[in-house]
Design a protein around this ligand. Structure first.
Ligand SMILES: CC(C)(COP(=O)(O)OP(=O)(O)OC[C@H]1O[C@@H](n2cnc3c(N)ncnc32)[C@H](O)[C@@H]1OP(=O)(O)O)[C@@H](O)C(=O)NCCC(=O)NCCS
Length: 183
């Protein structure tokens, strides 16, 4: 098994992996076009035959908050810890981007509570409510539970080398940092 960032050519396989869960209502539908446009959000796990067996996404909502979306593990590979691996990888990515909080809306709060999240309410997530929930046909009949994970303690994330660096030192140092983020 290998965890890696998704490539554009993975979009079709991610779509196929998600479809049965979309049919049960566990996942929101995502078109192939949406997946292509947002493929940089996705992390995948591939097995030794290079088949995708799991995927999930971290979608930035504003400069503080990101949503963990479209988390799915192929049914034959469940209960082996792959879901937890994906969540930890996406939280690591959130840390690299200095996201303050990561949340999810889910029918499976137990899974997220085991992985460092706590329960919250949609009223604590105005970014999500204004952007998506107000237009959702299930607005008044929503059974999803909001869960959230503090990636950084308030005030901690801004104390990075980037902002603290002397101006004269920036060009050389910055040339390395985007590559580090993309790895
Ligand atoms: C949720 C999901 C990604 C977990 O993947 P996984 O690889 O099985 O996760 P892990 O092995 O790390 O953890 C499994 C644990 O999560 C919890 N869990 C998973 N599915 C559960 C369910 N339907 N009901 C209650 N708890 C569940 C259990 O504690 C389980 O432990 P167990 O196997 O000992 O019972 C996978 O079940 C899945 O793809 N579900 C369908 C899509 C979905 O619902 N995604 C989440 C929407 S945000």
């Amino acid at each position: 098994m290998r965890v890696r960032k998704a490539k554009l050519c993975d979009a079709g396989e991610i779509h196929a992996l998600m479809q049965p869960q979309v049919a049960t209502g566990a996942l929101l539908p995502r078109s192939l076009a949406y997946l292509c446009e947002n493929i940089r959000d996705f992390v995948v796990i591939e097995d030794d035959e290079h088949r995708l067996v799991a995927s999930g996404a971290l979608h930035f909502l504003d400069e503080d908050v990101a949503e963990l979306q479209s988390l799915v593990v192929h049914p034959r590979e469940r209960s082996r810890g792959l879901g937890a691996v994906l969540v930890q990888r996406l939280l690591r990515d959130a840390r690299r981007y200095q996201v303050w909080k990561v949340f999810a809306l889910t029918h499976l709060p137990e899974f997220f509570l085991r992985n460092g999240f706590t329960r919250t309410t949609i009223s604590e997530l105005p970014q999500k409510f204004v952007r998506d929930c107000v237009n959702c046909p299930k607005l008044h009949d929503c059974h999803q539970v909001a869960v959230i994970c503090d990636v950084y303690a308030r005030g901690a994330r801004r104390s990075t080398a980037h902002t603290a660096m002397p101006v004269a030192a920036r060009p050389a140092q910055l040339s390395a940092s985007p590559l580090a983020i993309l790895q």
